[in-house]
Write a protein that binds this ligand. Structure first.
Ligand code: SF4
Ligand code: F3S
Length: 275
């Protein structure tokens, strides 16, 4: 990969489970070590850096100064806004996540929100959302934002954004929800390997029945592929090994706005009732 310059990256974890960081470690083509050593300059990442405590805080400040208006700010996790943000604080100063995000965003070139929590609030924002969890675009309005939802975000889609920026200095074309069109321009349902069975009216009716064993469509078991936009069927997870529908479960719409509440029951979506 020919890069213009190694892209400085600051990655912060807020109200999250670090699942997107775990996914990031499983990139391939390039692998995460090629990525970190040759393509980006990972200046701060709590999971992947050696310093801790005050040394880590100092590293963050140094990186912000050295790469002011150059760094990509990756944000993982939602932002708790209730009670003046007291449900999430960080560092020895006790800075709230809201203030932390706003301060780091101010000197960033652009922001990449990874995972459904950072993009749309995700599981922390599920009802009754006691912490007032929100996504990055609800807090920051003065910087370019790229949203890469899913739980976790597919590392292939993170790589796509990083490599495009490293090679061209450009961010990808986005849709109205700030998602890259290259990844979120298509419905799961339209690229699904079980679609032929949907069209033929062959559905799994009960977990483990003959249709399940034959790999038939999971629509009647609540698959949300018809109303979910993502490239899971083509890119897959775990280095192209599998994805939810291939594993026999169906899509639960983890990358859609409103996940988790919107899709909290495993029912077939009524607008697409095949009967
Ligand atoms: Fe695939 Fe789900 Fe669509 Fe069936 S309903 S074809 S399993 S995406
Ligand atoms: Fe999520 Fe559905 Fe893909 S559950 S990982 S958007 S198949």
């Amino acid at each position: 990969v020919q890069v213009l310059n190694r892209v400085p990256v600051i990655w912060i974890n807020l109200q999250d489970c670090a699942g997107n960081s775990e996914a990031f470690l499983r990139t391939d083509g390039p692998t995460v070590d090629e990525l970190i050593l040759e393509i980006i300059s990972l200046e701060f990442h709590e999971l992947l850096m050696a310093p801790s405590g005050e040394h880590a805080e100092q590293q963050l400040e140094n990186a912000m100064t050295t790469f002011k208006n150059e760094y990509l700010l990756f944000v993982e996790g939602a932002i708790p806004t209730a009670e003046n943000g007291i449900y999430g604080t960080i560092g020895t100063s006790g800075e709230t996540y809201v203030d932390h995000l706003v301060r780091l965003s101010a000197d960033a070139k652009a922001i990449v929100a990874v995972g459904t929590c950072a993009t749309f609030g995700g599981i922390p924002a599920a009802a009754p959302n006691p912490t007032g969890a929100r996504g990055v675009m609800d807090i920051v309005s003065n910087k370019p934002i790229v949203n890469i939802p899913a739980c976790p975000a597919n590392p292939a889609n993170m790589l796509g954004v990083i490599l495009l920026y490293a090679m061209t200095g450009e961010l990808p074309e986005l849709d109205s929800l700030l998602r890259p069109k290259f990844a979120f321009g298509y419905r799961i349902h339209d690229a699904c390997e079980r679609r032929v069975h949907f069209d033929a009216g062959e559905y799994v009716e009960e977990w483990g029945d003959a249709s399940a064993q034959a790999g038939h469509c999971l629509y009647k078991m609540g698959c949300k592929g018809p109303v979910t936009f993502n490239n899971c069927p083509t890119v897959k997870y775990n280095r192209g090994t599998s994805w939810p529908v291939a594993a026999g479960h169906g899509c639960i719409g983890c990358s859609e706005p409103g996940f988790f509440d919107k899709f909290d029951r495993f029912e077939a979506p009524t607008p697409f009732n095949p009967n």
